[in-house]
Design a protein around this ligand. Structure first.
Ligand code: FAD
Length: 329
């Protein structure tokens, strides 16, 4: 592949590459990817079989791989920093303490040998580690834990010290330039000028309304911090069976390389619950009142497990409008 002096732009640190003759474009998932290459990037496609909880991970991998092959890559992302749905949330408590939560995708798995090779490289470089804990399910009907999966039966990986570490590292590799806070609606290759023309998202409002029509699965995440460990819970991650409100709970602070000062849990609502709230409040940024109500409802459901859940000293909800596209769309 001759990529010398090639310029590549990746929109969104989570976008994927697509083999296209220059200078075409395509829309993939939530992201737009434009490539100008002297030959298609077909050879890179199998690298995208990495999974975050069984899905593809990130255009940061795309950018870094292209850069390693001699391309000059610029990532444009509307967010403030790298990570996308593998972000890390930083909160400061009233008394000035910093709390960190992986409030998006909690971990990822891999089943492909090429991807495993990539993960081993990341482990060796110190920004990925295996999350060796027991997982299970909690059944609201029987009020008991079921299907406890022992450590190692399905390898789960996390970014260290946070889920965004992978994107953060790859976005800053030699040959990769990252521009955050740039929402891009259109990207055009100006033939003969050796330049990309970028159109800001805000000047094409009809695109935003088209995106709103795409069926997606939303979720509310609840970040909780406890003074003392919830020692009554026998696993560090579990799904909820027979709950219309909660789908998952993860003990974020049990992941490798996290601060051990307090115990952090992240709960995920069901899509059904999130859709109900969005139907009442609309798609605009949720108000503090809405987030407080959601935080109370999710926590109440957590307590109604009958487990001995103490009061957290920190409790905050976050809305994810899209955790996944609905399959078949
Ligand atoms: C709470 C939660 C739970 C999840 N659970 C699962 C699961 O169980 N299984 C599973 O397979 N997946 C799950 N996911 C999804 C998984 O996290 C993503 O599939 C994964 O992170 C990869 O996302 P992505 O590569 O599509 O890009 P994202 O991580 O979504 O990144 C897209 C990036 O593009 C940027 N962007 C978007 N539009 C523009 C624009 N116009 N201009 C500039 N920048 C733009 C955004 O700012 C963002 O940084 C979950 C996600 C969340 C939040």
């Amino acid at each position: 592949m001759n990529t010398v002096a090639t310029k590549v732009a990746v929109i969104g640190s989570g976008s994927k590459p697509h083999p296209l003759p220059p200078p075409q474009c395509t829309l993939i998932s939530s992201c737009i990817m434009h490539v100008h290459m002297s030959s298609p990037v077909m050879g890179l496609i199998n690298l995208w079989h990495i999974t975050t909880c069984e899905s593809t991970v990130s255009g940061a991998v795309c950018a870094s791989t292209l850069a390693k092959n001699g391309a000059s890559v610029t990532i444009f992302d509307s967010a403030r920093g790298p990570g996308g749905r593998m972000s890390r949330r930083r909160e400061i408590t009233e008394d000035g303490n910093e709390l960190l939560f992986d409030h998006g995708a909690p971990y990822f798995t891999a089943s492909n040998a090429d991807v495993m090779g990539l993960i081993q490289e990341w482990e060796a470089r110190g920004f990925v580690a295996e999350w060796k804990e027991n997982f299970g399910s909690f059944d609201f009907k029987s009020k008991a834990f079921v299907h406890i999966e022992k450590e190692g039966s399905g390898k789960k990986y996390v970014g260290v010290p946070g889920m965004n570490s992978i994107c953060r590292a790859l976005c800053h590799e030699p040959g990769v330039e990252s521009r955050f806070g740039v929402g891009v609606a259109r990207l055009e290759w100006l033939q003969g000028e050796d330049l990309w023309s970028l159109t800001d998202l805000n000047v094409i409002p009809e695109l935003a309304s088209k995106i709103a029509e795409v069926p997606v699965s939303p979720c509310f995440a609840l970040m909780l911090a406890f003074e003392k460990p919830l020692s009554v819970i026998p696993v560090k991650g579990f799904s909820f069976v027979n709950s219309r409100v909660l789908s998952w709970a993860f003990c974020d602070s049990s992941k490798p390389a996290r601060s051990g000062l307090s115990e952090h849990w992240v709960l995920h609502s069901t899509a059904e619950y999130a859709e109900g709230i969005i139907a009442q409040t609309g798609l605009q940024k949720p108000s503090n009142t809405t987030l407080t109500k959601v935080a109370q409802e999710l926590f109440q459901e957590f307590q109604s497990t009958g487990l001995d859940i103490s009061q957290p000293f920190f409790k905050k909800a976050h809305r994810w409008l899209v955790i996944q596209l609905i399959v078949g769309w």
